[in-house]
Design a protein around this ligand. Structure first.
Ligand code: ATP
Length: 241
């Protein structure tokens, strides 16, 4: 596996007013890696991801391709090839699958129609189900298909790093597995992934490395394979399932 650093957070802290929600987190995503952040409800996973995307102000250091980003902002992150799929998915329900995808590819507009169509075909090759449903309105898709569309839309921008906030939320276990298997396959398409999940078992099965976030701080980190067999993780997060 490549050791090239893509995203690095150092001493990364995030506050809501006077309350610090993320405390001094160090986190790396290397090129070609699927990295997951797991942890209980309210641990700060969404906050960490949103701030890393520049949606919330943060303290500490954000580096991309080894270069420090002086003022992390959504614009700065998008310009470096980062895409976020938020927990709420935020699709345009009254628009077709195809139009939702085109909106995700607006950065390709400048390059012309051909780039967009070509990119859409690449996204369809990752999610063949979306191709079958390309003319269907987004609001009529199943939960799994909507999640695939949300991910597909983010992929339209050709990201180098895809950030996913709880893609398993509200999905049946079988569909969770299907969606996460596609997420794992993204590394073959040159996309690294930072995956925030409450479904620890499913996330650890597809990730290379993991961070366990508890009360806003990294409680444990390591190879996902090792954490799946870690007594503490099994007892606290993997339950019976
Ligand atoms: P969940 O899985 O339930 O979404 P999470 O791990 O993503 O949990 P966050 O949503 O990031 O956790 O919340 C972390 C902490 O920050 C919580 O204590 C939460 O109450 C607080 N928090 C989140 N959003 C805000 C906000 N807009 N204003 C103030 N506090 C917030």
């Amino acid at each position: 596996m490549s050791e090239k650093n893509l995203l690095q957070l150092r001493g990364f802290s995030v506050s809501y007013g006077p309350v610090e929600a993320i405390h001094q987190v160090d986190l790396d995503v290397r090129a070609g890696e699927i990295v997951t952040v797991i942890g209980p409800n309210g641990a700060g996973k969404t906050t960490l991801l949103s701030a890393a995307m520049g949606l919330l102000p943060s303290k500490g250091e954000v580096r991309f391709d080894e270069a420090r980003i002086a003022r992390p902002s959504v614009e700065a992150m998008v310009a470096r090839g980062v895409s976020l799929v938020p927990e709420k998915r935020e699709l345009f329900g009254e628009m077709s699958v195809e139009d939702n995808l085109l909106l995700g590819g607006f950065s390709l507009w400048r390059k012309g129609q051909r780039d967009q169509s070509q990119r859409m075909e690449e996204v369809f090759s990752i999610f063949p189900r979306l191709k079958e449903r390309r003319a269907q309105m987004a609001s009529t898709l199943s939960g799994g298909e909507r999640q695939m569309l949300a991910i597909g839309r983010a992929l339209m921008a050709k990201p180098r790093l895809l950030m996913l906030d709880e893609p398993s939320l509200g999905l049946a276990p079988l569909i969770v597995r299907e969606v996460l298997q596609v997420v794992a396959s993204l590394r073959n398409h040159g996309v690294s992934v930072l995956l925030v999940e409450q479904n620890a078992r499913a996330a650890l099965k597809v990730a290379d490395r993991a961070y366990v976030l508890e009360m806003g701080a990294v409680a444990l980190t390591g190879a996902a394979r090792d954490l799946l067999n870690d007594r503490r993780i099994i007892d606290t997060y993997l339950g019976m399932g």
